[in-house]
Design a protein around this ligand. Structure first.
Ligand SMILES: *Cc1c(COP(=O)(O)O)cnc(C)c1O
Length: 373
């Protein structure tokens, strides 16, 4: 929401209408009464947390989830009333701030609870107990630990068990053996609690889209598919409704030159022309998140694919143009031009990673521009 003037033409265009569409369609897909927790951690997977959160809330999300205390405080400044859950670890020292700002914390250690009990809190602190049913990341792993934790929390007037949740490691895979094992473990853990907390939740994108509706429980944690991306190739073949992607990445040609056979381009002179070639320079480099491994990746110019050639520099890189174009010609790195499209999934494949990572690592130097269409 910061209004600063951008001079450099490199920008990520975020289509908030796509986010809205994805939330609305998910709402239709969910069991009645299930709440949508919009996952806006990591600056909303690189899309811009405040703008995405506002759009998701407008479309029907009733809770927000983040990963860190800093992210929660940033969101709270803009949304005074919405429920915010920190999915990851928050240190004991953050508890008074969480209580004051009505931020819900994830808890998985009785020690942590005992230390928080020794502090003065201005308001009651809401907690969601995390159960590790097989992810092996954070969470209690035995019913005994769960009971101890539950008792430690309920014996304090200032601490409230508001929710309980787990996270699936293989929900996006075709083989359901491990997933089913996690589900039954979760069921067993929650049924051992003396009182069902207000919100039980387990579903990430893959679970809410392709698994039994029962696993939506009271709320779902809507992450990657809110941004229009499928969590895996397998889930992509099973989507219950079409997703719309929100993220595109654009810049402009800042220089165009004709080079002759034998002339080279970039650090290490790794590209050498074998015929007269038009070379374009674009102002985006590895400090923007276009890591050097993307060399060879295509971009779009006038609806045609053009490869990034040579080594990517910190702030710039060069592309092999199909023809002579003018300075200022639009270059699309991710997104559509005419009948061609370069997707985030294509970028992910190029550097052998998952689509989640692609927009996340586009750095803050690239302004996010919001397009409501
Ligand atoms: C990030 C995260 C999610 C969102 O997962 P998606 O696959 O992006 O939907 C859900 N739950 C937890 C605990 C997470 O850390």
């Amino acid at each position: 929401m910061q209004k600063i003037q951008h001079f450099r033409p490199t920008r990520a265009i975020i289509n908030l209408e796509a986010i809205k569409h994805n939330v609305l369609r998910l709402k239709e897909h969910l069991k009645k009464g299930v709440q949508i927790m919009a996952v806006v951690k990591a600056n909303a997977y690189g899309h811009g947390d405040v703008e995405v959160a506002a759009t998701a809330i407008e479309a029907g999300a009733t809770m927000l989830a983040v990963a860190t205390p800093e992210e929660a405080l940033h969101i709270r400044k803009h949304f005074p009333n919405i429920d915010i859950l920190i999915l990851g670890y928050a240190p004991v020292s953050f508890a008074p701030f969480a209580a004051k700002e009505n931020i819900t914390l994830t808890v998985f250690s009785s020690d942590w609870v005992d230390q928080v009990k020794a502090l003065t809190l201005s308001n009651p602190l809401k907690l969601h107990i995390k159960i590790d049913t097989g992810m092996g990341r954070i969470g209690v792993t035995t019913i005994e630990d769960l009971m101890n934790l539950y008792k430690a929390i309920s014996s304090s007037d200032n601490l409230l068990v508001d929710g309980v949740f787990t996270h699936f490691a293989t929900a996006d895979e075709e083989d359901e053996t491990y997933f089913n094992h996690q589900v039954s473990k979760f069921e067993q853990f929650i049924s051992s609690l003396p009182v069902k907390p207000r919100i039980v939740h387990a579903a990430n994108t893959a679970t809410m889209l392709i698994k039994d509706q029962q696993l939506q429980y009271d709320a779902v944690r809507f992450g990657i598919s809110m941004y229009g991306l499928a969590p895996s190739a397998y889930v992509k073949t099973k989507l219950p409704f079409p997703l719309q992607t929100a993220f595109s990445l654009e810049t402009e040609l800042v220089e165009v030159k004709l080079i002759q056979p034998g002339q080279s381009i970039g650090y290490g002179a790794t590209f050498t022309a074998t015929e007269p070639s038009y070379i374009g320079t674009i102002p985006i480099g590895y400090a923007d998140g276009l890591i050097r491994k993307y060399s060879g990746q295509h971009v779009l110019v006038n609806g045609t694919r053009a490869p990034i050639i040579g080594r990517i520099c910190m702030d710039q890189c060069m592309i092999l143009l199909p023809a002579a174009y003018n300075i200022g010609e639009k270059v699309t790195l991710i997104g559509k031009q005419q009948n061609e499209e370069i997707t985030i999934d294509e970028w992910a494949e190029k550097v052998e990673t998952i689509n989640y990572e692609v927009p996340c690592i586009i750095t803050s130097r690239v302004p996010r521009i919001y397009n409501k269409k």
